[in-house]
Design a protein around this ligand. Sequence first.
Ligand code: AQP
Length: 330
Amino acid sequence: RTRIFSGVKPTGHLTLGNYLGAVRGWVEEDQHRAEALFCVVDLHALTVDHDPARVRRLTRQAATLLLASGLDPEVCTVFVQSRVDEHARLSYLMECTASDGEMRRMIQYKEKTAREQARGGSVRLSLLTYPALMAADILAYGAHEVPVGEDQAQHVELTRDLAIRFNQRYGATFVVPRATVPKVAARVMDLQEPTSKMGKSHDRTAGIVYLLDEPEVVRKKVMRAVTDGGSEVVYDRAERPGLANLLDVLAACTGGDPERLAGGYDAYGALKKDVAEAVVETLRPVRERHAALAAEPGYVDEVLGRGAERARDMARPRVDAAYRAMGLLA
Ligand code: AQP
């Protein structure tokens, strides 16, 4: 049976980008068509400056939001990365498989390095080796597919390269996975800076819609979105990125086609109003279920406990095999 693995980092509150680019697909399709594992990858949150108490809070919140979005723990496995030692164990072997140059080429590494330096912080070594841990996350489970937003596709490519290299050098051990990226909204852009992606750990929040934003806040953010001059409503990602982003979001929320949707508007105001309402309606059930689940922390803990146990059982034999294949007395 096809196996699927994906995750979210508890580096900030989950955004509309996370939802449309990843989580919604996991809920609506992936969990039903494959044996699927979804993980709050908290170890990855330690690669940048962070407050420990906040990471812990965000980890629980992210797990709760995944369930609120509709992941069903009866049909898929939902867990927290740090509870399953196999991720860290295999990550070291991946560091021994990858080269320094490959890691330095990663766009996320370059971007986050620049951001950490601009904030006056130092760059952690784990930010460089991040893709080794991500490869371990995926390869430990023999996942065939990794449903991600466009920004993570490069890391999945590297994971493929590492799996192929390991298999050639040490014997067939890993499934070679591939990224699957949604057709619309694979890269939701910041509403205020439509040339950069909507990212949950960005400092300026006016252009970021969080899943738990109140409807009034969502409306305000959408109505203030930049629409890059001009007055005609056209779909042009290169020349009119702000407008294209709104049309993408509308298409993703309503199931339409962004180019065709553009033809239905002759003013920005009407478009923004429709986008705002579409987003509010898309997020409404998630917010409501989140509120209900947050009142039941025992249930979320129980799901995460079961999930970690199941994940451990799935990962251990393959990780042990990788240790032996590399020459360790495991
Ligand atoms: N803007 C986005 N559009 C579409 N998909 C997105 N994803 C993230 N942002 C967008 C996808 O959501 C999944 C989980 O993301 P993540 O937790 O790995 O990363 P993040 O939200 O980008 O968080 P960061 O890296 O902490 O924040 P930034 O980017 O602000 O520095 C992934 O499948 C991702 O592709």
